[in-house]
Design a binder for this molecule. Sequence first.
Ligand code: G6P
Ligand code: MG
Length: 214
Amino acid sequence: MIRAVIFDLDGVITETSRQHFQAWKAVAYMIGVEIDSTVNESLKGVSREESLKIILKYGGILDKYSKEEMEKLCFCKNEYYKQLISQFTPANVFEGVVEMFEYLRGKGIKIAIGSASHNAPALISAMALEPYIDYIVDPGDVKRGKPAPDIFLKAASALGVKPSECIGVEDAVAGVEAIKAAGMYAIGIGDAEVLKEADVVFGSIAEIDLGIIA
Ligand code: G6P
Ligand code: MG
């Protein structure tokens, strides 16, 4: 029996992947690295610090940056990102999300946000989704980021449900891996060729067949 659905935020509830990419592109450019959409795919679902490491590695300059310099670059990225999402409103919520939340509420199924983003609470609030959400995982509370299962397991334990009673919804390869590692059913949002490990893949939240949940 399904008792909770744990949603990733970026690229699932709203389109922030473009803003994350734009902010990283600017920071990467500052340090002489040019990143394309293939690199961006590997950044999805990955923490800010890990994302920077992927970019530095891609540019072949990982060993040139100290911890302090990396912290500064992460800070820069986040300041720019926050600017890019500062105008978010309920209009930024993907089609089908509110309908899905209402459906789950009606069935007594809990809703959590399992995102690696420290900006998730601010976005949920800006998009007026707070009334639907039972729990938002603080990525600072877990040891390992995605693809480790920690974020999804934390959501399940906070909601008092077993992993086998949860569905995870993700748009990132690392996220789908995390859901599967947590022992949950994985709904992928995006391209089935990319999200090979998901149990089922839909093009968007609006396309999810609600009957598969409950
Ligand atoms: C999500 C996004 C990633 C981002 C991460 C951390 O998982 O998909 O692109 O790096 O959150 O986000 P933050 O807002 O804390 O930098
Ligand atoms: Mg995502």
